[in-house]
Design a protein around this ligand. Sequence first.
Ligand code: SF4
Length: 239
Amino acid sequence: MTTTHPATVSAVARLDGLLRNYGHLGTLDLLHAMIMREFPGRVAVTSSFGAESAVLLDLVAEVHPATPVIFLDTDALFDETVAYRDSLIRRLGLMDVRIARPHPRDIRESDELWHRAPDRCCHLRKVLPMQRATEGFAALIDGRKAFHGGDRASLPTISLGAGEVFKISPLIRWTEFDIERAFDDRNLPRHPLVANGYRSIGCWPCTRPTEPGESPRAGRWAGSAKTECGIHTFAGSGI
Ligand code: SF4
């Protein structure tokens, strides 16, 4: 059992129960249990519609295509990501994709802040809009994988985030090979930038292609110590 924030006894007890009852399940069974049984109407998926996102979105669509999917448009995305998002929505039959955007005032404040103060930029363009968009949900499903490294390497399938929101990471134990096989087995389209060497895709000022042998997230905030934007933890809310 892992928590990343101080939590009440009842939330920790529920997390224990969820892990005990569902921690051993395969991906589709876990998604079904979370979406249909444990958190009906109170669970959403957060997705970047990035390099590997199609796999989780296709699995969720198989379980319940009306599950809300929250997409964060930071106003600094690649045009290819926006086009890919729209084509995937149609292809997978996703029925409730919600687009979260930063406040125009925060876009103005963070203009070109990405190089000078990336934590502040992520706070304004990502964390605040994501906080607003996920308000009221008891659980959030994400596509984090342990093989991406960093904090993700030791993440359990179910954890507790800020505000005692349950974080469901059904792909956490998937390998890169599993992802590749799912793309093939499910005949899923690729993000167009994957062909150019992008293996983890975020905002254009902070993303570069990876070199052979680098980890998938090495192209994010390359050359700096930053590895996460904060949307999975809502950390740094006072930045
Ligand atoms: S990833 Fe870069 S451009 Fe996007 S919000 Fe963070 S610092 Fe700003």
